[in-house]
Write a protein that binds this ligand. Sequence first.
Ligand SMILES: [Zn+2]
Length: 131
Amino acid sequence: MGCEANVYSLAIAMEMYAADYDERYPPADRWVDLTLQDFVKTPGSYRCPRDRSTARSSYGMNSAISGMQMMSVPDDVVCLYETAHPGDNPYGSPDDMPLPPRHLGGNLTCRRWPNIKQDHATPTWGPFGPR
Ligand SMILES: [Zn+2]
């Protein structure tokens, strides 16, 4: 699948996870473990076609929203992004995005579904408000 389709399915998986778990996002350090089990059918969805690593996930979760109540996260906050440090459960901040970007138009980031934007200049990452 293409990167954008992947990020769509992962963003939807995040919302589905939250719906089942007290309206909260998963803990960032286990987000792939927790979404892969029940909400993402294809392990390939975690892989950007342009990621040269063989790690499980090419995408990171914004650590600022780890375990947060979904409703307390503003719509423009980044949920998922392309990480320069692929791994089993990658998470972090804008500093972790690949430079140069993986794609011609920039790295892909995703606000709360379905606000997917392809750019590097992402407006809001947190921290914001109490957890
Ligand atoms: Zn990509």
